[in-house]
Write a protein that binds this ligand. Sequence first.
Ligand SMILES: C[S@@+](CC[C@H](N)C(=O)[O-])C[C@H]1O[C@@H](n2cnc3c(N)ncnc32)[C@H](O)[C@@H]1O
Length: 250
Amino acid sequence: MAEKRGKKWYKDLALYQFWRRNSSLYRIRLNRLQRQYAAHADPRRFDWDWQATHFNRIALVNLLVSKFADPAYLEIGCEFDVMFNAVPAASKVGVDPYSGGTERTTSDAFFARNTSRFDVVFIDGLHTYDQVRRDIVNAIPVLNKGGWIALHDMMPRDWIEQHVPVVSGGAWTGDVWKVAFELASTEGIDFRIAKIDYGVGVFRLTRDNVVLNDMFDELRDRQFDYFADNLGKLPVVEWDQARAWIKSAN
Ligand SMILES: C[S@@+](CC[C@H](N)C(=O)[O-])C[C@H]1O[C@@H](n2cnc3c(N)ncnc32)[C@H](O)[C@@H]1O
């Protein structure tokens, strides 16, 4: 019975979100917001077609999980459990304050009381730079030796898709991309961004006591123009390269 109620609630939420995105009132509000933040606008748009690759975040996380005989999996941000239910690990913890997963709480509150360790962590909760940064900093110490952390939404296609606060009526990556510059410049982290599904970041630790490079003061107020100008500094790889790298890593 409880499960039935839960499923209906998810359906209602999905319908509500669909209605909200398509209602004219919502569109008027978005247009107003886009005008308000016009100073952040940038005419550039990357034409990455995420449907064309035929690989997504689920394929990548399952590749990571397949490296372990008996993996312990943690997901931050589960929503409708699309990813969470597709991960074939016996031991799974899913954290979300609103829907899906197994722990009805925020990632901050979860990490504050967590005593478990994990082989694969997928970070896909609140898509703001400071929150994702905190999720990474909290996840690193609970990673088993040889473990992996993956992150969703590192490759926004335009200024609207990445803007915080949200001004997008469609996909929203948030400014998760900012942490990619920190990961790429941190000693002891082997990091790539697979060019699939809005950019899936993946990393593992190559030594103990890794401290994430702190570029907060430089990155906090940056907008899409910084991402577009500096994309070449990020280790973006095609799916085939990401797959080969993950499969060959010990
Ligand atoms: C993009 S959805 C996750 C999608 C899911 N990982 C998947 O791949 O199917 C983001 C989720 O993060 C959750 N979220 C928001 N703030 C959070 C927080 N502070 N801690 C954990 N999850 C959070 C939202 O409730 C939402 O369900």
